[in-house]
Design a binder for this molecule. Structure first.
Ligand SMILES: [Ca+2]
Ligand SMILES: [Ca+2]
Ligand SMILES: [Ca+2]
Length: 285
């Protein structure tokens, strides 16, 4: 009996140690599991895991073109972005719930959207960013959200036109040396619209973003849900064989100010809880 109690206590301590880190708040929360992926009519970037976690701080890492993720320099690599073609969809699970919170958007969508450099390599945006060629990679997709992974609320077609930025204080949007650079916050929403970037130079663009890492932010207030743990992005066929619509996803984040509880405990933790329950049940007999 004494030995049995010791073993139970040991297992309990082990469970506490494993569980403890999960109770700490995290700077930014991202998608952490792919529920399903159908690429649709797509010929590249078929790795759905590329949409999990935080965007890499360097675009083109391990190539001669390695340089910081910036509004002029989005990710393009297969291990960083996943593509949907017409008829495609991706369903992702967040690590923690996005809790519907008045006064702030809750979910950040990071894509391969970029601003073309009108004065390369100075980093200056064109005066009219709705003109063809003034930006690249801007696409629309249908976004649905769910509180339980089974019932979905359609937020409609959304144009994902906000660029990403990994650092707050770079001297160039194509900098390769990250010494002294301050990481931007992927859990910090902003209220920029695309036109805000028009005609801006690099310093002004960093000023627009402040400490935010950019991204297109989605407000859940109208969803009718109190929290969201699952997100689906999809692209219907436009019925025209001559067009090949696409959408590229880099990452999904939750605003730090709207981050809730764990969506589903890690399997290892679940296994430990089952073991504990089993032990306690046996002791009671
Ligand atoms: Ca795109
Ligand atoms: Ca088409
Ligand atoms: Ca990514």
């Amino acid at each position: 009996m004494y030995l049995y109690t010791l073993r139970t206590a040991g297992l309990f301590m082990f469970a506490l140690v494993v569980l403890a880190p999960l109770n700490h708040s995290i700077a930014a929360t991202f998608a952490n599991a792919v529920v399903s992926y159908n690429p649709g009519i797509s010929s590249n970037a078929l790795n759905p895991e590329a949409a999990l976690g935080q965007p890499g701080a360097i675009a083109g890492e391990d190539t001669q073109f390695a340089s910081i993720l910036s509004p002029f320099n989005p990710h393009y690599e297969d291990d960083q972005i996943v593509q949907l073609g017409e008829g495609g969809s991706i369903t992702l699970q967040l690590a923690r719930f996005a809790v519907t919170t008045a006064g702030t958007p809750e979910i950040g969508i990071f894509t391969n959207t970029g601003i073309s450099d009108a004065s390369w390599p100075a980093g200056i945006a064109g005066n009219d960013l709705e003109l063809s060629g003034a930006t690249f990679g801007i696409d629309s997709a249908k976004m649905e959200v769910s509180a339980d992974g089974a019932n979905w609320v359609n937020l409609g077609m959304i144009r994902f036109d906000q660029p990403s930025s990994a650092f707050t204080n770079a001297t160039s949007p194509y900098q390769s040396d990250t010494t002294g650079l301050i990481p931007a916050n992927f859990g910090l929403p902003h209220d920029n619209v695309l036109a805000d970037y028009a005609g801006k130079d690099w310093n002004s663009i960093q000023g627009l973003l402040g400490n935010s890492a950019g991204g297109t932010w989605i407000d859940l207030d109208a969803s009718g849900l109190s929290q969201v743990g699952w997100i689906r992005l999809s692209l219907d066929s436009d019925g025209n064989d001559a067009t090949l619509l696409n959408f590229e996803l880099d990452a999904i984040s939750v605003a730090s100010s709207a981050t809730g509880g764990l969506v589903i405990p890690e399997p290892s933790v679940m296994a430990i809880l089952f073991s504990l329950t089993g032990l306690l049940a046996r002791r009671r007999r």
